[in-house]
Design a protein around this ligand. Structure first.
Ligand code: AMP
Ligand code: MN
Ligand code: MN
Ligand code: MN
Length: 280
């Protein structure tokens, strides 16, 4: 809880790789006591309208959001766009280009799996049968369902994760371009889960400096599964780079326990809450 507000600014629905449809996500968040919720699907705003409709009778404030995939020094980096205008034409066109990149990368990953004597075409069909934009989460689930691995984690460890045989780099746009899309759509750009990237401490500081220089104004200080020690380190990073702090579960699925809705830790007092600028 943050200043008595229960706030969760990072969640996924079936419009990307989440397990709950947008309306069900909103209902689950309200039931968990969340008062301010951002829906931040990967590279799409398709769920925002229906989520907003479901939020009204529940008295839950819905923050229009998106989690955009970007590239920085050959690393995939996730940028949260919060309080965006989902109708913004420039953002719409940019997200259409992201969707095309996702379809293309998924085709290439499945072709690679075929080369490895896995049923790539059938796996691709299973991914494309999903209502959301294609994601490695869906492919991992298809690999589990077809009996090739025992768990999603194993699918990433064995095939899909960094450096593995079917790790196909997506042609994500540069970090500063993505921050620009968010800002042009009236949003606040927050760098997501800074501790999750495989970077040295010095390189991480450089990432934060570049992010701030390109117009990013917030850092996700609290994200699902972070230890208090990591939260403190991220809070220090935010302060050092003049960034506000954000809080989000990164909720995907009620069956995953590490990122439950509305269970966020308190933002350390040294960091300015990103929602304060929005009058919350
Ligand atoms: P994509 O956006 O298609 O690159 O897929 C990335 C998504 O896969 C992330 O947003 C997570 O939801 C999920 N993911 C990443 N790494 C793992 C992992 N090791 N185990 C399970 N899911 C993962
Ligand atoms: Mn995801
Ligand atoms: Mn992410
Ligand atoms: Mn996420």
């Amino acid at each position: 809880m943050n200043d008595a507000l229960n706030i969760d600014l990072h969640t996924h629905s079936t419009c990307s790789d989440g397990a709950l449809a947008p309306g069900d996500l909103v209902a689950a968040a309200a039931a968990a006591g969340v008062e301010v919720l951002a829906l931040t699907d990967h590279d799409t705003v398709a769920g925002l309208e229906i989520a907003a409709k479901h939020a009204v009778p529940l008295g839950l404030r819905l923050v229009p959001g998106v989690e955009i995939s970007a590239a920085w020094r050959c690393q995939s980096i996730h940028v949260l766009g919060l309080w965006i205008d989902p109708a913004d034409g420039g953002l719409r066109r940019a997200l259409d280009s992201q969707a095309a990149r996702r379809y293309e990368r998924m085709r290439r990953i499945c072709a690679r799996l075929s080369e490895m004597h896995l049923p790539g075409d059938a796996l691709l069909s299973a991914v494309l049968a999903h209502p959301g934009l294609p994601s490695r989460t869906h492919l991992a689930a298809a690999l589990v369902a077809d009996g090739h691995v025992r768990s999603s984690q194993q699918a990433f460890r064995q095939f899909l994760g960094r450096g593995k045989a079917a790790d196909i780099a997506a042609d994500w746009p540069a970090l500063d371009a993505v921050v620009g899309w968010v800002r042009s759509a009236g949003g606040v750009a927050a760098l997501a889960h800074p501790a999750r990237y495989a970077l040295s401490a010095g390189t991480r500081r450089q990432l934060l400096a570049d992010f701030a220089a390109s117009g990013g104004t917030a850092l996700e200080v609290i994200t699902g599964g972070n230890s208090p020690h990591t939260v403190e380190a991220c809070a220090q990073l935010a302060v050092n780079h003049g960034l506000a702090g954000s809080v989000g579960s990164d909720f995907h699925d009620p069956n995953l326990s590490w990122n439950r809705l509305g269970r966020s830790l308190k933002l350390p007092a040294c960091v300015a809450p990103v929602w304060r600028q929005q009058g919350l």
